[in-house]
Write a protein that binds this ligand. Structure first.
Ligand code: 7RM
Length: 646
């Protein structure tokens, strides 16, 4: 498909639009030229403040002391729930669809409010106070939303850990944030399979002495081990709790949550988001990017364990008073029509998912889609990795019946919300491009020296000016915050992605420039993978990279050097693959392991990953500059070993 094919917006839909192209251009210019004025207007429109801010923003990317809506007082839970009660107490806030098609429930805003207040009192009674960290290790059940909002209500800080993570990953995250309480479930259910969450939690907590209480949601009722001194059933505690619980008045700059995400090196980083800026940004982007209109049924398929679930399943939609759908299961269970059946069952209007899901369903053929109606759909979205034009075209033509605009939204855990995306109706669409910057966002593509490149040339994607959704810091590590994002191009936020901008101003993301690997949209760091591999007694050294895959976007390919005297065997390969799965989680799938006598290192000792990527993907015609290798001889060995495993 040609790169610059343009899809214009169907005329019948233009009348629904909030803004057209002209308005976008004018408002974008205003948001950059009069940033304070623009954000003041938005903060007033989207958030209810207990007391107003004194100034809109302060600080800079040079000093890294950015603050938003200074001295403003607000509460996230109040904004997501309480303030809607007057107008929409009987409106459904959350539709929950279980893994089993016959299991579902709905929560109105009033019901959600009651449960949150009770649960907030449970937390208080267990000693949770403002500023305390609470770890949430729950599957996709309504209690995860109740838990997050209850934590926010009392001014504590939630740290949600994706329920597919292993006990080791959970432990590391609990320890890093020094959480004092954990909320989990007996089991999780996904794709017809059970995940023994309480077992994982028990194991993790053996090494977490500061967690004094564990609240357990009964999801399946399957037997679990119970620690009488520590464990509390969610349903029992809730029943006995009072339902009066005023929302804590927090400062705009008070932390709202920590969410761990993989970096290119070292252990996962605790991305810390604060209250005022994050909420304003989540709300405005949810409204404009999805053209969210009163009454729309909105469905984001992301797991709440990732940032997309935080910003666009919980905070964004609830701030806008939407009905948000939460799905416990997977797209392939019980069959490949599952997504489309759910869309028909609830008349979903806005649907937001990941390229990997689209590609996996595309592969199964059109009949699974065509046997459903999908006539309620108005808008489609995608996020997490580049979408190839073929998948885009299928999503548009088959899923959206050529009728629905697609918003390909580019953003990161760190950015809090969507930074670059088409605005439906305002932006003619180019498949594979993430479109134009959102209001207030100033992206640039720069070269190695940090200079802007010409349109059409690929370079590093940076953002020049602060915006309200940006993370505050890496929890407990301001130095790492500075090093990772602000050192390479001083005064700018370094995204870590490569991109180019065409002459129409459209951005095209080429993928990560660093050692972060996106597998099925899940973010995994090569450093974490290598730490697991290297901890095996047979392993001397390893290097993990991502190589392109038709369905998953990327798969993990690891080069492993065994300790001297140890025979590399197929059995050892299997053991290492299993070890990564056990210690990180089942989403960390190592697709292939290649034995390496030595790894290609520069004279300064850095592994030349660029070379490994080429070898693993059989791109041997141009290996680039290898003159800085300490031992150029390793290249030949690696290539001949690669030939053996094909
Ligand atoms: C939201 C999320 C962030 C990384 C980012 C990119 C990649 C995300 C797109 C994309 C191309 C997109 N947060 N990415 N969205 N690449 N097109 N629309 O995914 O922190 O988990 O990952 O994901 O590389 O830097 S994340």
């Amino acid at each position: 498909m040609e790169k610059n094919k343009i899809y214009n917006v169907p005329a019948s839909f233009v009348s629904n639009a909030f803004i057209d192209e002209k308005k976008y251009q004018a408002l974008y210019k205003h948001s950059i030229d009069n940033s304070d004025e623009f954000w003041a207007e938005q903060a007033k429109e989207f958030i209810t403040w207990f007391s107003p801010w004194k100034s809109v923003q302060s600080g800079s990317f040079d000093k890294l002391d950015m603050r938003w809506f200074l001295e403003g007082k607000l509460n996230a839970c109040y904004n997501c729930v309480d303030r809607h009660l007057e107008k929409r107490k009987n409106q459904i806030a959350i539709i929950w669809q279980g893994d089993n098609p016959d299991e579902s429930l709905t929560l109105t805003y009033a019901a959600l409010h009651e449960k949150i207040c009770r649960f907030a009192n449970v937390l208080k009674n267990l000693g949770v106070k403002k500023g305390d960290r609470v770890c949430i290790y729950l599957p996709m059940i309504p209690e995860i939303a109740i838990a997050m909002l209850a934590v926010a209500r009392i001014g504590a800080i939630h740290s949600v850990v994706f329920s597919a993570f292993s006990s080791d990953s959970l432990k590391a995250r609990i320890l890093d944030a020094d959480c004092k309480l954990l909320i989990t479930a007996d089991h999780g259910v996904r794709g017809g399979k059970n995940n023994p969450l309480k077992d994982h939690a028990d194991k993790a907590l053996e090494k977490c002495p500061n967690v004094k209480h564990v609240i357990v949601v009964k999801r399946t009722g399957a037997p679990i081990t119970w620690n009488k001194e520590r464990d509390v059933w969610y349903h029992e505690a809730l029943q006995n709790a009072n339902m009066e619980c005023p929302a804590e008045k927090l400062d705009s700059d008070d932390p709202l949550f920590i969410l761990y995400t993989s970096g290119s090196t070292g252990s996962p980083k605790g991305i810390l988001h604060t209250t005022g800026g994050y909420l304003v940004y989540a709300a405005i982007t949810h409204k404009y990017v999805f053209n969210y209109s009163e009454g729309d049924i909105y469905w984001c398929t992301a797991d709440i364990g990732w940032i997309t679930g935080h910003s666009y399943l919980i905070y964004g939609p609830l701030l806008n008073g939407a009905t948000t759908l939460m799905f416990e299961g997977v797209p392939q269970y019980p069959n490949f029509s599952r997504f489309w059946e759910i869309i028909d069952k609830y008349n979903v209007n806005i649907f937001y998912t990941a390229p990997t899901a689209i590609r996996a369903l595309h592969k199964e053929g059109d009949q699974w889609v065509k046997q459903t109606s999908r006539k309620s759909l108005k808008l489609l979205g995608t996020v997490g990795e580049p979408i190839n034009p073929d998948a885009w075209e299928w999503y548009h033509r088959v899923v959206g019946d050529d009728r629905c605009p697609i918003v390909d939204t580019w953003w990161q855990t760190e950015t809090g919300g969507i930074l670059i995306s088409p605005l439906p109706y305002a932006t003619p669409l180019k498949p594979g491009s993430v479109g134009w910057p959102f209001f207030g966002i100033s992206p640039e593509v720069v070269d190695e020296q940090g200079q802007a490149v010409e349109d059409g040339k690929t370079g590093k994607l940076i953002i020049k000016k602060p915006w309200p959704g940006l993370m505050k810091t890496i929890y407990g590590d301001q130095e790492r915050f500075k090093e990772t994002y602000f050192k390479e191009v001083p005064g700018c936020y370094l995204t870590g992605d490569g991109a180019d901008r065409d002459t129409d101003g459209y951005f095209w993301i080429t993928g990560r420039n660093d050692d972060i690997i996106k597998v099925s949209g899940h973010r995994i760091g090569s450093g974490e993978l290598e730490a697991v591999l290297n901890s095996h007694p047979a392993v001397a050294e390893s290097a993990a990279i991502g190589i392109p895959d038709d369905i998953r976007g990327n798969i993990i390919y690891a080069f492993v050097t065994t300790k001297s005297g140890i025979q590399p065997t197929e059995l050892l390969k299997k053991e290492l693959i299993q070890k990564v799965r056990d210690e990180i989680g089942p989403h960390a799938i190592v697709g292939n392991i290649q034995w390496a006598k030595d790894l290609p290192k520069t004279r300064s000792g850095k592994i030349m990953r660029r070379l490994l990527r080429k070898i693993a993907s059989d791109e041997l015609t141009d290996l680039g500059d290898t003159s800085t290798l300490a031992d150029p001889g390793v290249v030949g060995d690696l290539i001949s070993e690669r030939k053996k495993i094909k």
